[in-house]
Design a protein around this ligand. Structure first.
Ligand code: AMP
Ligand code: ZN
Length: 258
């Protein structure tokens, strides 16, 4: 399995030790199509910390037609950003779940400077000042990929509505065209991966999320990883950064396994 391969390459400690470690907050930045989703899943499997994807959480609200889902569905369909206060509320709710105690990967959040500033104070207050963690500073990893390569990746993306597996017709096709290898479900193109929406999403990223990377860069917290390498190599580079920067527990507090 890929994660095992990565562990071998890194000579990382045993899985049992990894499970017990407190990693803290990891923020994955990168434009749509940079591989944030794929890499998040790998980090999740490696450290046993949850992936918190605001895109997934929002889509779930839309699917269930909650009041929030009804409010945001048109915004998401247009490829625009959902208002900060709504997204921050969802993130606060999610990070307070017990499975986020040793850390979490934020995928798709923060996307604006306001969200980044909100996250800083939330982490400090909820995890550091409560004595849970030795540090609250997020590890911020930016996956960088050339614009034209991104377009190709996004237009080729197909997902399985049953198990969530992600394929790409150019670089990672299923064994049978348009069919999930794992469960035989017909693959779909996500609504917001459609051509007309993609440029808007990339432009939105440029306009609003770049300042987030700059915000973290100024604070000396930004690590940029070249996303134009094999998925395994990107994973290895990311895990190495996280291993070197994990926040640990506050002294006197035991790490909790799960
Ligand atoms: P994603 O799957 O991360 O690309 O997110 C899909 C859509 O959900 C985005 O195009 C936005 O409309 C909305 N969204 C996700 N995360 C955020 C966020 N942090 N702030 C505002 N809107 C978001
Ligand atoms: Zn599937």
């Amino acid at each position: 399995m890929a994660v095992t391969l990565v562990q071998e390459r890194l000579g990382a400690s045993s899985m049992a030790e990894q499970v017990l470690r407190t990693i803290g907050p990891v923020v994955l930045l990168g434009p749509p199509g940079a591989g944030k989703g794929t890499q998040s899943k790998r980090i999740t499997e490696h450290y046993h910390i949850p992936q918190v994807s605001t895109g997934d959480l929002l889509r779930e609200h839309v699917r269930q037609q909650t009041p929030l889902g009804i409010e945001v569905q048109a915004i998401i369909a247009r490829g625009e950003l959902v208002p900060d206060h709504l997204v921050c509320d969802i993130v606060a709710w999610r990070l307070r779940q017990p499975d986020a105690d040793r850390g979490f990967i934020l995928d798709g959040f923060p996307r604006t400077q306001k969200q980044a500033a909100w996250l800083d104070s939330f982490l400090k207050f909820e995890f550091f000042e409560t004595g849970k963690w030795a540090s609250w500073l997020p590890i911020v990893i930016r996956i960088q990929v050339d614009y034209n390569k991104l377009l190709l990746r996004i237009t080729g993306r197909r997902t399985c509505p049953t198990c969530g597996a992600i394929y790409n017709v150019h670089s990672n096709p299923p064994l049978v065209d348009e069919i999930c290898d794992k469960d035989g479900t017909k693959l779909v193109i996500r609504d917001d991966d459609r051509d007309e929406v993609i440029r808007e999403r990339l432009d939105t990223y440029e306009r609003q999320t770049k300042p987030v990377a700059e915000y973290y860069d100024k604070l000396g917290r930004l690590v940029t990883i070249n996303g134009d390498q094999s998925v395994d190599d990107v994973s290895a580079a990311i895990l190495k950064e996280i291993d070197g920067r994990a926040c640990g527990v506050a002294s006197g507090t035991e790490a909790k396994g799960n």
